[in-house]
Design a protein around this ligand. Sequence first.
Ligand code: CUA
Length: 343
Amino acid sequence: MRNAHHYIAVTILVAIVTVATYFALLLIGPLPLQASTQSLDIDWLLNLEMQLTGFFFAIIVVPLFYSLFVFRRKKGETSDGEHFEGHSGLEITWIAVPLIVVVWLGIIGADNLRKVTHDDPQAMQVTAIAFQWEWQFVYPQGFTDEKLYLPVDRPVLINMESRDVIHSFWVPEFRIKQDIVPGRIMEYRVTPNRVGTYKVRCAELCGTAHSTMEEEVIVMEQAKYDAWLAQRTAEAVAAQATEAADPNPSATRGERRYSENGCKACHSLDGSHGIGPTWKGLYESEVKLADGSTVIADDAFLFESIKEPNAKIVAGFNVNAMPDFGLPDRQIADLVAFIKTLK
Ligand code: CUA
């Protein structure tokens, strides 16, 4: 072959640049810990794509720069360049090879998605509720927590709901991210494989406090998890028994509900207004409404405002700013009892 040494040089340079680009990508894009079995499959695919990226970068850039430097016009040379009429072999190659690569990537990508979303009937279930701007986790044993506790090495199905707008459940260490569309139950399947504390973040712009919508995800050894679950279940049973024995509204329970139901995301206890009015000094105060009238924040007003958030809009706050949480009357009564104590 004529000019064989150019082909050999370019081939060697392409190989070097491919490897260098791949390692440079590894260096600049360090992924977080792998904390789920799904992350292994996903990272495998990502790694392959970084290798391919390195190769395709090299095969474009190396011939370009090689030509610029090696075939540069010599001093005093004034002749025209050689004339080409296309090269069918080359054209077929650069259509066929990328086509095969893209189809192949599509197939392994689909296979990866199948593995990652694989439906395991043995999976443990938890419900995640997203709302502006908090997470709440409902355990099948009948209690709620702000944090997500999971046992290690066990498939989990998280059924996710949104009370208002679109949120997105994202734990970078698990790699999987899933939008939560209101009105639907979205499924998120994961098998945590590393004990530790991670963070779930909301990955969909959902309003003013979107950036603070994060919560801890705690992955524990199975034995520790069982102990935690037994303790929380016992607490829930005891709380239910006390509630049944004492039908009167309770400020203590109201305070717990204030945290559990996420009221604290919008209503402060220190007098500062957030997304919603502060609860401090609210009881029996004079409240100005958006329509210009005033009401006294008595039991009836507070009860109605929690039950039907849009019934009366306080001046300076938006309609629909508060979703209907669908709380049972008893819980609302507890919350009102709690508000009464906040002088
Ligand atoms: Cu919820 Cu962003």
